[in-house]
Write a protein that binds this ligand. Structure first.
Ligand SMILES: *[C@@H]1O[C@H](CO)[C@@H](O)[C@H](O)[C@H]1NC(C)=O
Ligand SMILES: *[C@@H]1O[C@H](CO)[C@@H](O)[C@H](O)[C@H]1NC(C)=O
Length: 499
């Protein structure tokens, strides 16, 4: 199903990637052009980049002319407020993408914390063959740096009050602006939204966005899935904090099967929209953080998505967790921190992360591979029948750790109902086992026993332990549902001794 679509999407991806691989052979020429560009001292009037300011949410932008400083005030610049500059990426059609206006409106909508919102429009240099657009990122970076120096002279506006938000190639433009600006002080903040990968991955920090480019650099990686050794978004960390939503390689809701919905929405553009979906998700995650103050997504430091999926990384100790997006806690470290999180497929993207640790005792000779569901009852809400697959059979005594995410806030977890779902195969095997082991005599631990469920909530950092409500029958049967309530296991050792 959808094979044909799959092929067409792959072809479009190949075009994107081809344009980047063919660039590899152009490398010497690329370097030659770079040095020439550096030598060229452009006068302010000649910049190819247009600088626009947005007066309000509905404004389409007001152009600032560097040789007419009055335009700065005419466009509503307020030098006592910070400046956020949006920098777009590579263009395949010569048009600014609609997210630019959405981002500007989202920034402008925050009337409690107003900011100047600007756009560095370099579309004429971005609407080129990918390798040429890559080359142009340095030139545009220089122009943005020159603009910020001009602001310092013209409006006594400090670069430390500047936040550049760059998407795709725009992320590297921001990086170059930060390195070309010179002087003792750095730009305040740079946010790289799925910074482009081809021709940047693995290059030295001075040839791409890097933590040196601003006082604080954060990056969101959303489309680093590899095709023929290259990915659209850069994989390596490029900031002080690097976020990898859903592992960073691909995003929920962007699958090919969703294409039908996209065709209805975007007509013939559907294929390129589908490709952009995961790449552009970085932008929408950021916009989401501006629009939903009370739904800020938390991310946690982890080595990789595998460990994260086992729920092993939900710690906030020593700055190991942070907020994704505009409201990030700005802390610098010598080494990039890689943070992971799960998101929903659409806005609001926030989910609540939980680690579940379940201790099984299996006294059956054979490994047991059942499917379970868990119903979670919280003080605010309830979530029914969350399926759990442990990935491997339960052999003798083992503790399983896994991540469960909920897209609503259930409040504090107070009860868990654990069910061994009916499966024809397992019911059969169980019946066979039943005839071998006489349950009737009820030895203390026989068959499959679930002792405790330990839970850690990422968002609240709360740890809880749940024990079976019925303490004299710990055994679990197929199709049976058992209720677990909070119990004090940490202090249990001393209590047990007393009893
Ligand atoms: C500039 O911003 C400051 C701080 O929000 C505000 O008090 C002032 O009125 C603004 N100036 C103009 C001209 O809007
Ligand atoms: C599993 O745990 C039970 C109860 O704690 C114990 O009796 C049994 O010997 C353990 N089995 C293995 C293989 O460790």
């Amino acid at each position: 199903m959808g094979n044909c679509l799959r092929v067409s999407i792959f072809l479009v991806l190949c075009i994107f990637i081809q344009s980047s691989t063919s660039g590899r052979s152009l490398e010497p020429e690329l370097i030659g052009r770079r040095s020439r560009a550096v030598e060229t001292k452009k006068s302010l009037q000649e910049t190819e980049t247009r600088f626009l300011l947005f007066k309000d949410e509905t404004n389409k932008g007001c152009q600032i002319w560097l040789n007419h400083p009055d335009t700065l005030w005419e466009c509503g610049f307020n030098s006592s407020l910070p400046l956020v500059v949006i920098i777009h990426g590579w263009s395949v059609d010569g048009m600014l993408e609609s997210w630019v206006w959405q981002m500007a409106a989202a920034l402008k909508s925050r009337t409690a914390q107003p900011v100047n919102v600007g756009l560095a429009d370099w579309i004429t240099l971005a609407y080129r063959h990918y390798t040429i657009a890559v080359r142009n990122t340095r030139i545009v970076g220089q122009e943005v740096a020159a603009f910020l120096r001009w602001l310092e002279v013209t409006a006594q506006f400090s670069r430390s009050n500047v936040h550049l938000i760059g998407y795709s190639l725009g992320a590297h433009v921001s990086g170059f602006a930060g390195s070309y600006i010179g002087g003792k002080h750095k730009i305040g903040r740079i946010t790289g939204l799925d910074a482009a990968g081809p021709l940047f991955e693995g290059t030295s920090p001075s040839d791409r966005l890097s933590p040196d480019d601003a006082n604080f650099v954060d990056a969101i990686h959303t489309f680093t899935q590899e095709h023929m050794g290259l990915s659209v978004g850069i994989k390596q960390p490029v900031g002080h904090y690097d976020f990898y939503p859903n592992g960073g390689s691909f995003q929920p809701g962007c699958h090919f099967l969703e294409l039908y919905k996209h065709i209805a929405q975007h007509g013939l553009n559907a294929i390129s929209q589908t490709i952009k979906c995961a790449h552009e998700r970085s932008v929408h995650l950021f916009i989401d953080s501006l629009l939903h103050d009370h739904m800020q997504s938390m991310a946690y430091q982890c080595s990789d998505m595998d460990s994260f999926s086992q729920g092993l990384c939900l710690s906030c100790k020593k700055g190991r967790c942070n907020t994704l997006g505009y409201h990030i806690r700005q802390e610098r470290h010598s080494k990039s921190k890689k943070l992971f999180l799960v998101t929903r497929a659409q806005s609001p993207f926030k989910v609540y992360h939980y680690q579940f640790k379940i201790q099984f005792i299996n006294q059956i000779e054979k490994p047991v591979e059942p499917t379970f569901t868990m119903s979670l009852l919280g003080t605010k809400e309830e979530r029914q029948k969350i399926p759990i697959t442990l990935g491997e059979g339960i052999i003798s005594n083992k503790t399983y750790s896994f991540l469960i995410t909920l897209d609503l806030d259930i409040g504090e977890l107070i009860m868990i109902r654990f069910k061994w779902e009916n499966s024809a195969v397992w019911a059969n095997i169980w019946n066979t086992v039943q005839t071998i082991i006489p349950w009737g005599t009820k030895p203390h631990y026989s068959g499959l026993v679930l002792k405790t469920i330990r839970v850690k909530a990422g968002e609240t950092q709360q740890r809880m332990t749940f024990c079976s409500e019925i303490t004299d029958d710990l055994q679990l049967h197929p199709t049976q549902e058992k209720t677990f309530v909070k119990c004090e296991v940490n202090s249990k050792k001393s209590k047990r001794k007393i009893r």
